[in-house]
Design a protein around this ligand. Structure first.
Ligand SMILES: Nc1ncnc2c1ncn2[C@@H]1O[C@H](COP(=O)(O)OP(=O)(O)O)[C@@H](O)[C@H]1O
Ligand SMILES: [Mg+2]
Length: 106
């Protein structure tokens, strides 16, 4: 449980880092008898279609990344979520924002 919180917190941290001050981050949660779904949506820079398929790879840095970026956060997040019977995907549009979709199957 502690690590799942870590994983979700890391996504939120990324969303904040890539958003302008005072923009919104929306969190949606729903649960049914098959899965729990968490969606985290920012209004930040977005991720280019070239980078998007790679953001969960270790040491991958997107073209929008800062100089301190290492590219480890989302890889760790993904492995933590998958170790708990979960899946994570991302959808993004440059200049509009990014949505992370996490599903835990019961
Ligand atoms: N919410 C987001 N909006 C835009 N770009 C993002 C977002 N989350 C991650 N990225 C990009 O995806 C890449 C991978 O992220 P991450 O694994 O967290 O790297 P780091 O550990 O360096 O923060 C980063 O280079 C970052 O620029
Ligand atoms: Mg990060």
């Amino acid at each position: 449980m502690k690590w799942q919180v870590e994983a979700i917190t890391n996504i939120l941290k990324n969303c904040i880092e890539h958003s302008e001050p005072n923009s919104n981050i929306k969190i949606h949660y729903e649960k049914n008898n098959m899965y729990s779904l968490i969606k985290i949506k920012d209004e930040g820079s977005g991720i280019s279609p070239k980078d998007l398929p790679h953001i969960f790879e270790r040491f991958y840095k997107a073209s929008n990344s800062s100089s301190e970026s290492i590219g480890i956060g989302l890889a760790l997040t993904k492995s933590i979520i998958e170790s708990n019977n979960g899946y994570i995907t991302a959808e993004s549009e440059l200049g509009k924002g990014t949505t992370f979709i996490i599903k835990y199957f019961n």
